[in-house]
Design a protein around this ligand. Structure first.
Ligand SMILES: [Zn+2]
Length: 534
């Protein structure tokens, strides 16, 4: 019998919320799982975002090489315009493809960057796909006819639906929060039902499912989930929202328990997140600061922030280059999610900008100024760390990366909108990403009840490949997490190094513009609702 592995992705999971939930008895299975398995923090990439996080996890490569650095990418190396990333932007081989080439099969459910589909053996139902297009985006395509017969199947709730998600969280009224949580409880159950069906009907060597509700709930409802934020004297409504959030986690715990039970005692089970989470309490307007310092001039049509949330309206993100007067701009933030600052170099993305000979000097002055930027109220630094592109994105795709990537004291994302202030408190605490995610594992040969030092997200793919009994491709940047295994069992099965990965083939045909535009609009709406685009 071959080795089997299960990967349960928990989007945005952090021990900061999971530990209290386990302590309070909301997630009893997870607690039991860890008592007989291992845990560690899983350090995400920079920036700790969903697309680069999952791309790194499933390729074992860093963003500078696989090329996914944000929700967005430049349309081409010489363009200032941006579009959403998809599977074509993942320039390194995924674990699904690595194991398929070696004769193994995978089931992959709800992972991002799976469209358009790439060849693999097994079954894939993509995440982040508009429901209308889901039938043609499953792999193999006939898979859709099978999953639609699964009891309770509702494609609009399973995939992305603009109206449904919009309806659930427009504004902030009580009923809408409740709908949002219920929607995600139903969605996780649906993905689980598809998983159950496929694990029974077509068991695969590697079964991977991504539950993404943790991320969705934490973005909006952090103040009801983090014990440090929960009000000491909650109103009846606040208590109800908190209880519903707990119900989501309780039900998720049940789905994880059933998945692990179906996998059986012989399977290695891994739980991993793409990034962690934490609170955000303020908004830093990076372009407003660059404007004050003389680096950026606004174009006539620049959008002023009137939302109190630092958010950019639907669809505006792809037009963000038109907010800037390029003839008078030398540095700018292009997307809020990347926390990136680009330096305009003449000839790089247009005629205007600094002379290339000035680049090192300008970048170093800008870094000094950013480090000196303080909160006038407290004197504390706003920018806690700045990484150059060589530090954050060294690799074959570095030319697509921002020149500087900022970590801000709030831990959150910058706003790129026009604003008359540089720093503004948020009206209420929201959840935002942190690099520290979670890793948990249990199975034959895996140590029991151990809490281990942090792993890197790029270690997950080689560890999975090794657990499946396959040689680990020689060019993965991550390494097998040897410390999770009992020394004797690890020695009995040492790491085998195999051939390097294969570069994914370019897609043969051009994309269908109309359908893609619809899909993009839906993704952008989801990002806006979640507060990513802010
Ligand atoms: Zn995520």
């Amino acid at each position: 019998m071959t080795d089997r592995a299960v990967l349960i992705g928990l989007d945005g999971a952090t021990f900061a919320t999971l530990d209290p939930l386990m302590g309070e008895g909301v997630m009893p299975f997870l607690k039991e799982f860890l008592a007989s398995g291992v845990r560690s923090e899983l350090l995400s990439v920079i920036p700790p975002l969903t697309p680069p996080g999952w791309a790194s996890l499933v390729t074992g490569r860093t963003p500078g090489n696989h090329g996914v650095m944000d929700f967005f990418r430049f349309e081409s190396p010489d363009s200032r315009y941006i579009r959403l990333v998809d599977s074509r932007d993942v320039k390194c081989e995924t674990i699904w493809s690595i194991i398929s080439r070696q004769g193994l099969k995978a089931t992959v459910l709800n992972f991002p960057l799976m469209t358009p589909p790439r060849p693999m053996s097994g079954n894939a139902v993509p995440g982040w796909a508009p429901w209308k297009h889901l039938p043609r985006l499953c792999s193999p395509q006939e898979l859709y006819d099978k999953i639609k017969a699964v009891p309770g199947f509702n494609v609009q709730e399973l995939a992305m639906d603009l109206q449904l998600e919009g309806k659930a969280i427009e504004g902030s009224s009580k009923e809408e929060y409740e709908d949002w949580i219920h929607l995600h409880i139903r969605r996780e159950k649906q993905w689980f039902e598809i998983l159950r069906y496929l694990m029974q009907e077509d068991p695969c060597d590697l079964t991977a499912i991504l539950f993404d509700g943790i991320d969705k709930l934490q973005h909006l409802l952090w103040r009801f989930i983090d014990p440090d934020c929960v009000p000491t004297h909650p109103s009846g409504w606040e208590r109800r929202i908190r209880d519903l959030c707990l119900d989501y986690f309780r039900q998720l715990d049940g789905l994880i328990a059933e998945t692990v039970a179906m996998a059986g005692p012989e399977a290695s089970v891994f739980l991993a997140s793409d990034h962690g989470f934490g609170p955000s309490t303020e908004i830093f307007y990076i372009n407003a600061w660059l404007h004050r310092q003389g680096y950026l001039e606004w174009a006539a049509g620049a959008i002023e922030d009137t939302s109190d949330a630092g958010r950019l309206g639907l669809g505006m993100i792809s037009r963000s280059p038109s907010m800037v007067d390029w003839s008078r701009t030398t540095a700018y933030g292009l997307t809020p999610s990347s926390n990136g600052v680009h330096i305009a170099v003449a000839g790089r993305r247009g005629q205007h900008g600094i002379d290339l000979k000035e680049y090192e000097r300008v970048r170093s002055v800008l870094m000094d100024q950013l480090y000196q930027l303080t909160d006038p109220a407290t004197g504390g630094r706003l920018v806690t760390q700045i990484r150059t592109r060589e530090e954050a994105f060294l690799g074959t795709r570095m030319d697509m990366a921002p020149d500087l990537t900022l970590s801000i004291r709030d831990g959150g994302f910058v706003s790129i909108l026009k604003s008359d202030v540089v720093l503004k408190p948020r009206p209420e605490v929201v959840g935002t990403h942190r690099p520290e995610g979670v890793f948990m594992a249990r199975g034959p040969g895996i140590r029991q009840g151990r809490s281990l030092p942090a792993l890197s997200i790029i270690d997950v793919a080689p560890t999975l490949v090794h657990s499946l009994g396959l040689p680990v491709p020689s060019d993965l940047e991550g390494r097998v997490a040897a410390q999770i295994f009992e020394p004797a069992s690890f020695q009995a099965r040492p790491i085998r190094v195999g051939e390097p990965t294969q570069v994914p083939e370019p897609f043969p045909q051009r994309r269908d513009r109309k359908e893609d535009k619809e899909g993009e609009a839906q993704v952008l709406e989801r990002l806006k609702q979640l507060g990513y685009v802010e």
